[in-house]
Design a protein around this ligand. Structure first.
Ligand code: ZN
Length: 242
């Protein structure tokens, strides 16, 4: 099955639409959470995703904050401003959608989580130490995570104690070898100094990982954020990708 793997859309519907069009025909969509937060179009992003019958979408920490499942004071002051703005924007339908999102999911040989298999919604997998520990918290060949907004692959050979980190090259297809934890990067707010939207196409039979970056209309998103009165730093970071 040709599977679109996306994460951290962050209410950026212009980036999401660009990715959906660029990805072409897919059999299913796996979204690893944080559909909302930071960006100007939370409801529109949810509406887009709901159009796909074969959608699996997880709960991210911003999604949890949006529906008061987590205390907003755990976020930094600027993130808090955007969360509080978003809480005033969400429709009943959006709140209903977020409320039914699971924290974790296992599909065939893949475990899905927003942050990590150990702490599905909140843990950041930034280094090989944290990744290595997390290999003990899932049993499938692969685990797909988001949350850091950094595309990365952690692999663990059977005889190894420590996992290895590699950064996939954009617009290249690789075959995933068990076992691995993979992050497709962020659709709506990349943080690896590459402002282009990130996503991957995973083939569930071949285990191929087609990792892609695509330009989208960043000034149009910034204009909407400015009009909504969202924090300046969140507006400017989009064009630099941090
Ligand atoms: Zn995020």
């Amino acid at each position: 099955m040709r599977t679109l793997v996306i994460s951290d859309i962050h209410a950026n519907v212009i980036a999401l639409d660009t990715v959906l069009e660029h990805a072409g025909e897919v059999d299913q969509i796996w979204c690893l959470g944080d559909v909302v937060g930071y960006g100007p179009n939370p409801n529109e992003c949810i509406e887009r995703l709901k159009e796909f019958p074969n959608l699996v979408c997880l709960l991210g920490n911003h999604d949890a904050a949006a529906v008061h499942k987590v205390d907003v004071t755990t976020f930094n002051p600027e993130a808090r401003i955007s969360i509080e703005w978003m809480q005033t924007q969400l429709t009943e339908e959006s709140i209903e959608f977020i409320n039914q999102l699971p924290e974790q999911k296992m599909i065939g040989e893949v475990t899905l989580a927003h942050g990590s298999p150990r702490q599905p919604t909140y843990e950041y997998l930034l280094d090989t130490r944290a990744a290595s520990e997390n290999f003990e918290h899932f049993n499938t060949s692969f685990c797909f995570v988001g949350h850091t907004h950094l595309p990365v692959l952690f692999s663990l050979e059977p005889e190894d104690f420590m996992s290895r980190l590699s950064i996939p090259l954009p617009n290249q297809v690789s075959t995933l070898q068990p076992r691995a934890i993979i992050n497709p990067g962020s659709v709506g707010q990349p943080r690896d100094r590459d402002p282009r939207a990130a996503y991957a196409i995973f083939d569930t039979e071949e285990n191929t990982w087609d990792y892609r970056r695509i330009e989208y209309d960043i000034p149009a998103v910034q204009e909407r954020m400015l009009a909504a009165g969202l924090p300046e730093r969140h507006i400017s970071r989009l064009e630099a990708g941090w």
